[in-house]
Design a protein around this ligand. Structure first.
Ligand code: COA
Ligand code: AMP
Length: 626
């Protein structure tokens, strides 16, 4: 077995050769002979002459290889108590029918299809059906509000929107259909068709002539065959929060992505075809795309699609019961989920009540894995707990202790070493690499490995500005951190206005935009502050216009409701204070980092350029008194 360092060096010495070899592990209609090209894009484009179909790779090829009777997809709902199972053959038939139904609505390769769906099997069928036709899916997370959905509809300009009547949250039915209708009112682009899956918990009143019932949509549809696509054809667009209020449409190519995922299933997750892989995430996030749908299926695993929460559906033993019942080999979740379980079951009594002998490793990502939680899980589970660092843009891990390699010594607080393809450096503001131990901006020397974003949807300029401009020759991750003398990576958090709330990525700019739209608000700032459960939660500081006579409490309540209404409940926006003014530098920059330090009770220095020290003092006393 080679070491991760050796693999990294081998890849660095000839990336095209390394990844062309890895490319043999998936099925191509035309095997690529070209690895990485940087002529038109410094970030790199992969496998220019290859052709393939992503759905064929995820589904049909396993049936063709004689594994049609193996379980492919198991949907488990801890909310309804239901469960459904699909073999690879059944999955192929379902997906081919949905693809045929989309074709009947006129969907062809290159068209966009938006999915606004809960964690039901039909959502996975729909993603794969788009891939089968070469259509580009864009899944929107259900916890976003109508306005966020509308922004995505306008940007992606889909031919079809696929949705469901409702989503199920603990103790609450989320009326997806009403949210969709509101979003369609707000959006300028009008999709040609809306298809609605009626769930028995709350069927929707379909709009006559405008909505198509899912059953009518698929009724009589003829199974569609996979369409051979160029390797670089977009497979999906996934919107993520950036530093502005406008989400970024991260584009994913087809061939590079599947090669990277297949490689990661072997070398990062150390799984084998036929094993059961469970990423307890949502299909609305990148983890869901890469490790609920495409990664495990391309690799021939059984994947679990889980509707529910780590706690409260009905208790903190849910995850462990799913692991036991479905003989899960690899579990992937967010540190927040573990913190929630730990809080309710600190002794691990519910954990011990389940037979967990199938479980070989627990992977954590999406936010910083705090050493206390990692230690707690390691002591109780006695399996490797693997912290790994990546983001929507990269599509697969950048830094991890790959379990397919010789085991690396673990250092608490570090996801260990970069994976092959990622030449990670720490840069200062002048773009100079920093020595070991010095904190700066974490950046990847170009080109990027396969699987990473080639661009933003219809926004090449935005791609350059957001990721390539600041550090010429590098991809800027947006995270800060340092490398130690052994090359271990320590990720210290975002250095831009992105925050991670319970593993969900949000932009403070997006929240500020919603708050600033309130008639009483003159100025506002949103910062992310530490939270014992969710890692970070947003905190709003608001200056009111002169002459506002209503109480601060009334306005704060309206602002909380407004953020929920405009951005969505997922923002968990509960903390907001009215202040007389915001502390700023003389050039007008709001002192966010200083306010964050005050809110978190960390030491801070008052910048020499501060305009009005009294404003900072007011923030301190406001936050101290809570
Ligand atoms: N559709 C509609 N609403 C949703 C939603 C969805 N798919 N997902 C979340 N929401 C809503 C919730 O109902 C909640 O609304 P509420 O304010 O009415 O209670 C709000 O958004 C916040 O949800 P959530 O972040 O799930 O917080 P919570 O307080 O309900 O639960 C945890 C706390 C820790 C259990 C939960 O945050 C969790 O499971 N975190 C792990 C996240 C994760 O696995 N992320 C994957 C990234 S890899
Ligand atoms: P997302 O694009 O939603 O996956 O969020 C990506 C961001 O989450 C990263 O830029 C980091 O800020 C954070 N993140 C993800 N994984 C980790 C990790 N293992 N450690 C620290 N931060 C992480």
């Amino acid at each position: 077995m080679i070491s991760q360092r050796e693999a990294h060096e081998r890849c660095a010495s000839d990336p095209s050769r390394f990844w062309l070899e890895a490319a043999q592990a998936i099925s191509w209609d035309r095997m690529p002979t070209i690895g990485c090209e940087t002529r038109d894009s410094p970030s790199g484009r992969w496998f220019a002459d290859g052709r393939l179909n992503a759905c064929y790779n995820a589904v049909d090829r396993h049936v063709d290889a004689g594994r049609g009777e193996q379980l492919a997809l198991v949907q488990v709902s801890a909310i309804t108590g239901s469960e459904s199972r699909y073999t690879y053959r059944e999955l192929r038939d379902e997906v081919a029918r949905v693809a045929g139904a989309l074709q009947r609505l006129g969907v062809v390769a290159g068209d966009r299809v938006i999915l606004y769906m809960p964690m039901v099997p039909e959502a996975v069928f729909a993603m794969l059906a788009c891939a089968r036709l070469g259509a580009i899916h864009s899944v929107v997370f259900g916890g976003f509000a109508a306005r966020e959905l509308a922004v995505r509809i306008d940007d992606a300009a889909p031919r079809v929107v696929l949705s469901a009547s409702c989503g199920l949250e603990p103790g609450r039915v989320v009326d997806y259909h009403s949210l969709l209708v509101r979003a369609l009112d707000l959006a300028v682009h009008k999709p040609a068709h809306c298809v609605v899956l009626q769930r028995e918990q709350s069927p929707a009143a379909l709009r006559r002539g405008l909505d198509l019932d899912w059953h009518d949509f698929i009724d009589g549809a003829v199974a569609a065959a996979p369409v051979s696509m160029p390797s670089q054809a977009p497979l999906y667009v996934l919107y993520t929060s950036g530093t502005t209020g406008k989400p970024k449409g991260v584009v994913r190519d087809t061939g590079g992505y599947l090669v990277a995922l297949e490689w990661s299933m072997q070398y990062v997750f150390d799984t084998a075809p036929g094993e059961t892989f469970w990423a307890a995430s949502d299909i609305g996030w990148v983890v869901g795309h890469s490790y609920i749908v495409y990664g495990p299926l391309v690799h021939g695993c059984t994947t679990i699609l889980f509707e529910g929460k780590p706690v409260g559906t009905p208790d903190a033993g849910t995850y462990w019961r799913v692991v036991e019942r479905h003989r899960v080999n690899t579990l992937f979740t967010a540190p927040t989920a573990l913190r929630a379980i730990k809080r309710e079951d600190p002794q691990g009594l519910l954990m011990r009540a389940s037979q967990l002998d199938s479980l070989r490793a627990l992977f954590l990502a999406g936010e910083r894995a705090d050493p206390d939680t990692v230690r707690w899980a390691a002591e109780l589970l006695r399996i490797p707990i693997v912290d790994h660092w990546w983001q929507t843009e990269t599509g697969w891990p950048m830094v991890a202790n790959g379990l397919g390699f010789e085991r690396l010594p673990v250092k608490p607080g570090s996801p260990t070493l970069p994976l092959p393809g990622y030449a990670l450096e720490v840069l200062d503001a002048d773009n100079q690499p920093l020595p070991a131990g010095k904190q700066g901006s974490l950046a990847v020397r170009l080109p990027l490995p396969p699987g990473c974003l080639p661009s933003l949807w219809n926004d090449e300029r935005g791609f350059f500005d957001a990721y390539l401009r600041e550090h010429p020759g590098y991809y800027r991750t947006g995270d800060g951190g340092y490398l130690d003398e052994d090359g271990y990576v320590f990720v210290m958090g975002r250095i831009d206005d992105v925050i991670n709330v319970a593993g969900h990525r949000l932009s403070t700019g997006e929240l500020e935009q919603a708050i600033a739209g309130h008639a009483a608000v003159a100025e506002c700032a949103v910062i992310g502050v530490a939270d014992a459960l969710k890692g970070t939660v947003p905190l709003g500081l608001v200056v009111l216009k002169a002459g506002i006579t209503r109480t601060a409490a009334e306005i704060v309540a309206e602002l909380i409701a407004r953020v929920r209404e405009e951005v969505g409940p997922v923002a968990s926006f509960q903390r907001c204070h009215v202040v007389a003014r915001l502390p700023k530098t003389r050039s007008g920059k709001v002192l966010r980092a200083t306010m964050r330090a005050i809110a978190d009770g960390r030491p801070y220095e008052i910048p020499a350029t501060i305009e009005d020290p009294a404003a900072l003092e007011e923030i301190r006393s406001t936050l101290d008194s809570r």
